[in-house]
Every structure is written in structure tokens, then in C-alpha cells.
Write a protein that binds this ligand. Structure first.
Ligand SMILES: Cc1cc2nc3c(=O)[nH]c(=O)nc-3n(C[C@H](O)[C@H](O)[C@H](O)COP(=O)(O)OP(=O)(O)OC[C@H]3O[C@@H](n4cnc5c(N)ncnc54)[C@H](O)[C@@H]3O)c2cc1C
Ligand code: SF4
Length: 353
């Protein structure tokens, strides 16, 4: 039966592309259902610049992942499509798609990713009020244009501030988690800004710096020592505008315990990773559980890695919580392999029935 040869992969970011390529490499069929009209997930949809840790442009690195599945005889792709209803059970699923088609699949991989934190939810830090307050994704898009300029009037900024932990580690707005990658992304962004605009000084305001593992040396120290990024341990209260039109970053330097008011030309919010805003709908359609923050829950971490709370449905990447691209790819391979193992099991059961 066709369904014993097919894995349904929902979402075509780094995790889903990796899962689909794994299924195809194992000789089975992957059917990708992606809600957007492009493949590649957040790095492509949001226009990331150079990725950490590779330093490769996102469009090239993720582009290679897309090429690996696009045109692969074992992979079929539905873009601008969602799964609206799921019938059946492990080994015998039927997914009804928003484009009117149906997919029969023995197992399913959810690779539905995350939603960027919306900085509007942090109004005291000026986003949405001042043109020169941007998010990391907007700043990465500016890096992609090859020029660093103040959006308000096009001048070259003398000083850029990057505020860390925007929408992460913030109990007041219900986001207790660390988004894992934004310290590293921000130290890298500081170096990219300096490369494009050598006269600009970049300041990073932080609670803690979490450039984990090998990233400490490659990003934190390099950014500080070679690119002269200035790190300030601070609690930021608000971002306002001074009469001369520059931005004012106000707060407390928590090392020397003194109030600070620092003029800046651009302020960048290092936004965190929220659960996919569609997760309640995804949980309902696929019958899987969510963990307490709203990410897709995992069954058991040691003997059922990538398993969800529902048999035959696996999950990978940032759908499970903040993840790096490297880890999302590894989880995609893991989920793809588990899903293929299920196909063999379902086929064997069908033969013995
Ligand atoms: C500002 C910023 C910069 C970053 N830079 C880096 C970096 O340089 N290096 C790094 O390692 N990590 C970086 N990350 C993290 C990186 O974005 C994630 O690790 C990665 O995108 C996770 O891949 P994913 O496939 O799990 O999810 P996503 O990239 O979110 O992809 C999920 C896909 O699923 C689709 N989808 C969602 N819901 C549905 C649905 N219901 N039906 C169908 N399709 C659906 C989406 O449209 C999307 O295409 C950064 C994160 C942020 C916030
Ligand atoms: S990685 Fe850094 S910026 Fe991101 S939430 Fe964690 S501590 Fe904050």
C-alpha cells in the first residue's frame, strides 16, 4: 500500500528539509506540506544574513538544503498548503490538505518551527514607536543590502546598540525560556555591522552572555577583541528619543550599579523564539500535546527521541523549543529515520495480518 512507503513531513524549514532528505535517501517517499510559498523556513522567509557558526549566507546554505529535495524523485511538495484534518492511526494515516488533495502516509514528521517574538509586546523599548529601533531579523536584512544606514534619514550610524533577551528570559511577559542562539547571532551581527560600517561603534547590552560551547571563542571573544564590540551588563528600562532626534537607551549598568542614559543612532532588539503561533491548531489537527510554554511536547527523551505524545507522529527542530539550525538538522535526520522505521513495521504487520 502507498501509505507504507510514505512519510508526511509538515514544514519545510531546516528541520523538515532534513527529515525529507533522510526519508528519500532511505528509499521511501516524503510528501512535504509547507504553508508558505517558499521552502527554507525562518532563515529564508525572514531573510537572515550570514549564519552562525558557518559564516555562510543563509540563502546559499539553506538553498543547498532546498535543492537536495526539490526535484528529488522521492519527494513531492505542496506549497502554500496546510493539513486541515487527519484521519486514521499510526501506519495508516490519511491527511486532508487545504488544496483539496489527500495524502496517505504511514508516519508523520512535524517540523513546524517557531514564531519570532513580536517586539510590539515590549513597547517600552521603542519598537513600533521609533523608526530606528529594529529587530535582529530587520538588521540582518539591512546587512544583506550591504549598507548600514538609519532608516529614519539614511545617515551612517555612529553608535548601534543591540539589546539582548528581547522576548526571552522575561517572566513579566510569560517567556521564561532562553532562546539559545540570540547571544551568538548578536555577537556575529555586531561584527557584520562593523565590517560594513567601520566608523560605527557597536554596543551589546546583556544580562548574561550565552555563547555556548565553541561559540565563546569564535564569536564572543572575537567580537570583543578584533571588532571592538563593547559589552555592557545592564538592566534596560526604556528607549526614548532626545530632542536632537537620537535614541536614548536608559537603564542601569548592573556592574557598577549606576544609572545610564546613552545616545544611540540605531537600537536592535535581539528577538527570541516563541512557540509557533499556530501550535494550538496543529495540536488539534494532529492530536499531539503541547508542553507548558506551548511548544510541541515530546513523549520521552531517551528511548523515544523525537516522538510526540501520539504514536506514529514525530517532531523535530524549533517546534520542540528554541533550537539552532545544526540541531534542527540533526533532529530532522533522527525524526526522518524513526518515521521510516515505522513504515517497515507497518508493512510487516500488514503482511502478517
Ligand atoms: C533572529 C534569529 C537569527 C537566527 N540565526 C541563526 C543562525 O545564524 N544560526 C543558527 O543555527 N540558528 C539561527 N537561528 C535559529 C533558526 O532560525 C532555527 O534554528 C531554525 O529556523 C529552526 O528550523 P525549523 O525547521 O525547526 O523551523 P523554521 O525555520 O521555523 O521552519 C518551520 C517551517 O514550517 C512551516 N510551517 C509552520 N507551521 C506550519 C503548518 N501548520 N503547516 C505547514 N507548514 C508550517 C513554516 O512556514 C516554516 O517554513 C536564528 C533565530 C533567530 C530568531
Ligand atoms: S541566547 Fe542570550 S540573548 Fe538569547 S535569550 Fe539566551 S541569554 Fe538572552
Amino acid at each position: 500500500m502507498a501509505r507504507h512507503d510514505t512519510v508526511l513531513v509538515v514544514g519545510a524549514g531546516p528541520a523538515g528539509l532534513s527529515a525529507a532528505a533522510t526519508v528519500a535517501a532511505m528509499g521511501k517517499k516524503a510528501v512535504i506540506v509547507e504553508k508558505e510559498d517558499v521552502l527554507g523556513g525562518a532563515p529564508i522567509i525572514s531573510g537572515y544574513s550570514k549564519l552562525v557558526p558557518s559564516g555562510e549566507w543563509a540563502k546559499d546554505a539553506i538553498g543547498r538544503m532546498v535543492s537536495r529535495v526539490d526535484g528529488n524523485g522521492n519527494v513531492s511538495i505542496h506549497k502554500s498548503t496546510k493539513v486541515t484534518q487527519l484521519d486514521g492511526e499510526a501506519g495508516n494515516f490519511t491527511a486532508h490538505l487545504s488544496n483539496g488533495q489527500q495524502v496517505e502516509a504511514g508516519s508523520i514528521v512535524l517540523a513546524t518551527g517557531f514564531t519570532h517574538f513580536d517586539s510590539i509586546n515590549k513597547p517600552e523599548w521603542g519598537f513600533g514607536t521609533y523608526e530606528d529601533v529594529l529587530t535582529t531579523t530587520q538588521m540582518e536584512q539591512m546587512v544583506g543590502t550591504g549598507q548600514i544606514r538609519c532608516p529614519s534619514d539614511g545617515r551612517v550610524p555612529e553608535r548601534v546598540a543591540i539589546l539582548l533577551c528581547v522576548g526571552s528570559r522575561d517572566r513579566q511577559i510569560g517567556r521564561e525560556w532562553c532562546s539559545k542562539i540570540c547571544c551568538t547571532v548578536s555577537t556575529n551581527l555586531a561584527m557584520e555591522i562593523k565590517e560594513l560600517s567601520p566608523s560605527t561603534d557597536v554596543f551589546i547590552y546583556y544580562m548574561d552572555i550565552r555563547t555556548f560551547g565553541l561559540y565563546e571563542d569564535k564569536f564572543y571573544w572575537k567580537s570583543q577583541e578584533e571588532y571592538k564590540t563593547k559589552f555592557v551588563k545592564a538592566h534596560i528600562a526604556e528607549v526614548t528619543k532626545s530632542p536632537d532626534g537620537r535614541l536614548l537607551v536608559k537603564g542601569e549598568d548592573t556592574l557598577v550599579k549606576r544609572p545610564i542614559v546613552i545616545p544611540m543612532d540605531i537600537v536592535v532588539h535581539a528577538i527570541g523564539m516563541d512557540p509557533n503561533a499556530l501550535n494550538p491548531e496543529i495540536a488539534k489537527v494532529f492530536g499531539v500535546g503541547l508542553e507548558k510554554h506551548g511548544f510541541i511536547d515530546r513523549a520521552e527523551q531517551y528511548t523515544n527521541s523525537q516522538g510526540t505524545t501520539r504514536k506514529g507522529i514525530y517532531v523535530c527542530g524549533a517546534a520542540t523549543g528554541p533550537e539552532t539550525i545544526d540541531d534542527s538538522i540533526a533532529q530532522g535526520q533522527s525524526a526522518g529515520s524513526r518515521a521510516v522505521a515505522d513504515l517497515y513495521q507497518a508493512a510487516a504487520l500488514a503482511v502478517n495480518a
